[in-house]
Design a protein around this ligand. Structure first.
Ligand SMILES: C[S@@+](CC[C@H](N)C(=O)[O-])C[C@H]1O[C@@H](n2cnc3c(N)ncnc32)[C@H](O)[C@@H]1O
Length: 259
């Protein structure tokens, strides 16, 4: 019994690791396609606890990475993850320290904003800070979600009301769950050029259903206090998905542009 449990846990960890590796290799491919080079100075805006920061440090290993956020606690967690800083250094920065941010004026080759714009009320101000830090022809790459990309068949009542509740609450807090589609026009307003957008969709054939559901709805359930209900829903629905009686997909919008 214990052995079964250990084997199950091991298999589960291997599955999660394999999935993390798949997502990482997709993100690496997309970042390279977006123009990130080994000698680049990179500005990661809204780094959080550093899920992607070690990857940015690997990809810009001959340059430098500056990861900024407005949450000191997350900045500390992010910094602890960096065991191999790029040749020219790694640093974290609270972007309320505007004087340091101003000193980055026109020094950055590549800036990455990943799932952060949806949380920011004054999006133009944040993107303006990024614009000022970029060199001429420097690249910005923005990745964000858009609830309009969630497709289901048949429609599920629990999920539909969760989406609406989370949209409402995030809006009240200054956020926007439909930000993906707005990124190109936000960048155009600031004078960015060569704006290119793509939508990348995932189904439960690309990512296991449980992980896809957590990716799409986990944050929203946390936000409205329904994490337990979401877990129950996932456990019930997984069988319908494997028998093809429930379809779920979701996606991200990725936009690149040049200063
Ligand atoms: C959902 S997390 C994304 C973290 C990371 N980019 C990732 O993809 O894992 C959003 C992050 O944006 C940060 N954030 C929100 N508003 C911000 C602002 N005005 N300036 C800097 N960071 C901000 C939050 O503190 C949080 O760490």
């Amino acid at each position: 019994m214990t052995l079964d449990l250990l084997n199950d846990t091991k298999q589960e960890l291997e599955r999660l690791q394999a999935q993390a590796n798949t997502m990482k290799s997709l993100e690496v491919k997309l970042l390279k396609q977006a123009g990130l080079k080994p000698n680049h100075s990179v500005l990661e805006f809204g780094c959080g606890p550093g899920f992607v920061t070690p990857t940015l440090c690997e990809l810009a290993n001959q340059g430098k990475v500056i990861s900024i956020d407005n949450d000191e606690k997350l900045l500390r967690i992010c910094a602890e993850k960096i065991k191999n800083p790029p040749a020219l250094g790694f640093l974290t920065l609270n972007n309320s320290n505007t004087s340091y941010l101003e000193s980055l004026d026109s020094t950055i080759d590549f800036s990455y904003l990943r799932f952060v714009l949806q949380h920011i009320e004054n999006k133009q101000e944040a993107l303006k800070q990024v614009h000022q830090c970029l060199k001429k022809n420097g690249i910005v790459c923005v990745v964000d979600s858009d609830d309009g990309l969630v497709l289901q068949f048949p429609q599920d009542e629990f999920i539909n009301s969760l989406l609406l509740e989370a949209q409402d609450l995030q809006k009240k807090r200054g956020g926007d769950r439909l930000v993906g589609r707005k990124i190109p026009s936000l960048l155009a307003d600031l004078g960015f050029s060569k704006i290119k957008s793509q939508v990348i969709m995932f189904t439960s054939d690309d990512i296991p259903f449980e992980s896809l559901a957590k990716l799409l709805f986990g944050f929203k359930a946390d936000l409205v206090g329904k994490t337990g209900e979401l877990n129950e829903w996932i456990n019930k629905k997984v069988i319908h998905t494997s028998s093809r009686k429930y379809f779920l997909s979701g996606g991200i919008v990725l936009v690149t542009a040049e200063k």
